[in-house]
Design a protein around this ligand. Structure first.
Ligand code: SF4
Ligand code: SF4
Length: 564
């Protein structure tokens, strides 16, 4: 099932199930232009900022690093490199709290900024990308550590391995309330967005690129349209879609644009479609035209709990507290700090965490904002959550099974299809934080799965070890048995030979042996007799000499007595 034809401006847009029209609150942060943040003294780079395997560090504590230098390489195919956002010194590599819904720590590289802003030598590819093969271009994207910046943080180069893509959909929908970083990016960097999309189109050999933008972003639509008009190739077209949450979800957007649904357990490329976020396209444009890895991103700092809501260009690894400070600091009634928007974001316990590649928004709520509900009532089975679920799940059932930790039923009810859009929690009259239950259940199941795999691995290792020991034992026993058999055969052969001699009646061997023994005994007797005889002679001689010595002494003694 492939999307067989090009999408035209006349095509009717489709509608996905469920969804909500929300109070967007975008005006809070779209007033000022994107501002650049001053550099900080210290940057913290978690090695796990993407979907997939953790990156492998290439540096050690004490190393000097340059801006743009790779600090950690991808740990596997589905992984992403991490680069230094400044020049300076690696002061530590250790566990530190990271911005994640789990609130857990992870391995981080600490860089002390030397404020010299010394870049690693760069060699931009520029327009030559047109003459560069898809595989080499994917390497450029991979080496630059680029991941999906719309929130998924899936390694972009891995996504681009799909070569059967007809339509590239550039996602500029940004449907979640409060978040405006993609909107301002399209307004202020429309040329870079389209240049990035052109590069992706070249890599995946797409026939067309559809830029999808919600109708509540007229400035962005105008800016992109004007670049498309200048391009004039016909490769790009805009589709303006109605504002409805969560239109920016990958599968929901594909449904709206193509009218087709990505089947359960399948990938968009199987429909001939690939979706990339507009910020990801700009990151690719920077990698190709400036040889700049992903060391910064646009971040929305917003909400009634911050004094000057705005969008800032921030280096990855910047402490969140510095971002809030750059935006005038907290208001007196600031309440909760959330990474992401009010629907899909999660609460942070501290602002001493680093901005990571996934940080598209820091939302600071004030007491007056009812963004998150803290206490909830029991489920009354009203069914409102079912009506708004864009994935056609049964949120209240998932809630029951998550509460009772019934893993089998959760899996049966497709918990892992939940995109955590938060529509169900938003409409729930009992104010149940449903998404939190789902996230907790998913994390627990993953943990169980990890533990099961670890236990399987350990059992397999033990069995392999036991097999090795058994084999060694068997080989040793085999050797001993063969040795015994050989010895037995030799003894039997010898006995057989001896018996044969006896059986023949021949006594030559025996006689000669006996004769030899008799001869040896006779020789021994003779030698003994000779030795005794020699000893007697020696004794006799000694006795004679002793007597001879004794006689003169007596005489001389007598003589001496006479002289007196
Ligand atoms: S909306 Fe809330 S109360 Fe109503 S069925 Fe769903 S979980 Fe229960
Ligand atoms: S959070 Fe999950 S269950 Fe709730 S509406 Fe969204 S997709 Fe459906």
């Amino acid at each position: 099932m492939t999307h067989e034809r090009d999408i035209t401006a006349e095509d009717t847009l489709a509608r996905f199930d469920g969804g909500l029209i929300l109070d967007a609150q975008k005006q809070l942060s779209t007033g000022p232009a994107i501002s650049s943040m001053e550099q900080c003294k210290e940057y913290i780079l978690p090695l796990q900022q993407h979907i997939g395997v953790i990156s492998q560090p290439l540096i050690r504590t004490g190393d000097r690093v340059l801006k743009g230098q790779m600090l950690a390489r991808p740990g596997d195919l589905v992984s992403a490199a991490i680069h230094s956002p400044v020049s300076g010194v690696v002061t530590d590599i250790r566990q530190h709290e990271v911005p994640h819904a789990s609130g857990l720590s992870d391995l981080c590289v600490f860089i002390e900024n030397d404020f010299k802003d010394e870049w690693l030598e760069r060699e931009p590819l520029g327009d030559d990308y047109n003459n560069t093969s898809s595989s080499n271009m994917r390497k450029v994207v991979r080496d630059a550590g680029i991941v999906g910046l719309g929130g998924a943080v899936f390694p972009a180069a891995v996504k681009q391995t799909e070569m059967n893509v007809r339509t590239l959909i550039l996602n500029g929908v940004e449907c979640e309330p409060y978040i405006t970083c993609d909107d301002v990016l399209m307004r202020e960097h429309a040329e870079d967005v389209i240049a990035g999309a052109d590069i992706i189109g070249h890599i995946i050999k797409a026939r067309q690129c559809v830029v999808a933008i919600e109708d509540n972003k007229p400035e962005a639509i105008q800016a992109i349209q004007s670049v498309i008009d200048k391009d004039g190739t016909g490769f790009f077209k805009i589709r303006v879609i109605p504002t409805l949450y969560p239109s920016g979800g990958e599968k929901q957007l594909i449904k709206i644009i193509t009218g087709e649904e990505v089947p359960k357990g399948r990938y968009p490329a199987e429909l001939g479609v690939l979706v990339h976020n507009v910020a990801t396209a700009v990151a690719i444009q920077r990698a190709v035209y400036h040889d700049e890895p992903l060391i910064s991103r646009i971040l929305t700092v917003t909400g009634n709990g911050v004094r000057q809501p705005q969008n800032i260009e921030v280096l990855i690894g910047t402490p969140m507290s510095a971002c809030i400070e750059h935006c005038g600091g907290y208001t007196e009634d600031s309440d909760e700090l959330i990474m992401g928007g009010p629907m899909m974001g999660f609460s942070l316990q501290s602002d001493q965490l680093p901005v990571v590649k996934a940080t598209n928004c820091l939302l600071v709520t004030a007491d007056i904002e009812q963004v998150k509900h803290k206490k909830h009532l029991p489920c009354i089975r009203c069914g409102k959550c079912v009506e708004v679920c864009p994935v056609r799940l049964l949120p209240q059932q998932l809630y029951w099974y998550a509460s009772s930790k019934n893993t089998d039923r959760l899996i049966e009810h497709n918990l892992f299809d939940c995109i955590e859009c938060g529509c169900c929690a938003y409409v729930c009259p009992s104010e149940i934080p449903l998404v939190q239950y789902y996230r907790y259940a998913k994390t627990s199941i993953w943990q169980q799965e990890r533990e099961r795999k670890a236990s399987d691995l350990s059992r397999q290792r033990h069995e392999a070890h036991q097999m090795r020991l058994d084999k060694i034992k068997r080989e040793r026993e085999d050797k001993l048995r063969k040795k015994r058999e050989l010895l037995k055969k030799k003894t039997e052969a010898q006995n057989a030979a001896d018996n044969k001699s006896d059986g023949d009646g021949s006594s030559d061997g025996k006689t000669s042996k006996q004769a030899a023994i008799a001869e040896a005994i006779a020789r021994a007797h003779t030698k003994k007799a000779e030795r005794n005889k020699a000893a007697e002679q020696v004794n006799e001689t000694a006795t004679t000499q002793s007597e001879a010595k004794t006689t003169p002494d007596k005489e001389s003694s007598n003589t001496r007595e006479t002289d007196k």
